[in-house]
Design a protein around this ligand. Structure first.
Ligand code: RIB
Length: 303
């Protein structure tokens, strides 16, 4: 069974269903509101464990009811949470998701305990990291911890996967050199490379900038169109998305990443079939509202 370590955020998502985004100064009624487990890191870890990988999670919660709510979900999914610790001076992370009638979302984040993860927390998980096949992380936790995770991983020949989300400019050179696979969406790819991703040619140019920065494998996800991959060897391709009626795209990218990591062989020879499975899984996620509750189990992802 594949062993995956995810370092990342935990958020309780409050979903606010609205017809459209309010204008400045406008007061507007919502259709509804609800709560769901979220956070990019937690969503990726849940996706990996539901895809059948033995998954360990490195994360932080606050000392509050939100932490109890999230820990219950993780236990239910048999996620290894030995390295999920508590910061008693912060609140558990929160996200406020404005979801409009077209299924488009805008997200506001309160980092809270997610921002207190330290290099020492990564060292405490060193034995678990060393035994993994791959590690995954994103940008809702401090970059210093990410770099430390990747340093330990690379020293032990563990594959490193970076989801550079939320979008950031000027990524540290050191981080890109430690990254085996980077998985941005089109907005994130543009923030990092300065190249506007509009078609396969611009994806190829953005991928080449990332290859030149030291990343061997680049995957760019482009929502309901699909995902592009480029290997440093020059091999590239595009995997089309499954056509479905999307209700809420929250956690679609996280599902893709967790499923991809759980299915990808270390020699990357099965990259297209792993991307196809990941794409099928995220096409299921978008058909239900909410993040973790909508991430499918392996048996639902029949191809
Ligand atoms: O990627 C989706 C996630 O982003 C949501 O669950 C929300 O918590 C934000 O972190």
């Amino acid at each position: 069974m594949k062993k995956i370590v995810v370092l990342g955020s935990i958020n309780v998502d409050t979903i606010l269903n609205i017809a459209r985004l309010p204008l400045p100064g406008e007061t507007m009624a919502m259709h509804d509101q609800s709560i769901a487990g979220g956070g990019k890191g937690a969503n990726q870890a849940i996706a990996a464990v539901r895809a059948g990988a033995q998954t360990s999670f490195i994360a932080k919660v606050g000392k509050d009811h939100a932490a109890d709510f999230m820990i219950d979900t993780f236990k239910h999914d048999q996620l290894d949470i030995k390295h999920v610790t508590e910061d008693e001076n912060s609140g558990t992370g929160k996200a406020y998701i404005l979801l409009d009638d077209n299924g488009q979302n805008s997200i506001l984040i309160y980092g809270g305990a997610n921002q207190t993860i330290t290099i020492e927390d990564i060292h405490n998980a060193e034995e678990t990291i060393k035994e993994a096949d791959c590690v995954i992380t994103e940008f809702e936790t401090p970059v210093a911890a990410t770099i430390e995770l990747f340093k330990i991983a690379k020293k032990n020949s563990v594959m490193t996967i970076l989801n550079p989300a939320p979008a950031k400019k000027d990524l540290p050179d050191e981080l890109l050199k430690l990254t085996d696979i980077i998985i941005p969406n089109e907005t994130e790819a543009e923030s990092i490379t300065g190249i506007k991703v509009t078609d396969e040619n611009s994806m190829r140019r953005a991928a080449n900038v990332l290859h030149d920065s030291g990343v061997d494998t680049v995957l760019i996800t482009v929502g309901d169109k699909g995902s592009f991959y480029s290997l440093r060897t020059g091999v590239e391709g595009f995997v089309k998305a499954f056509k479905v009626n999307a209700i809420d795209t929250t956690a679609a990218g996280d599902t893709f990443i967790g499923y991809l990591a759980a299915n990808l062989d270390s020699d990357l020879k099965n990259i297209e079939s792993a991307m196809n499975i990941a794409s099928k899984a995220s096409s299921i996620t978008v058909q239900e509202q909410g993040a973790q509750n909508s991430i499918p189990y392996e048996k639902q992802v029949n191809l």
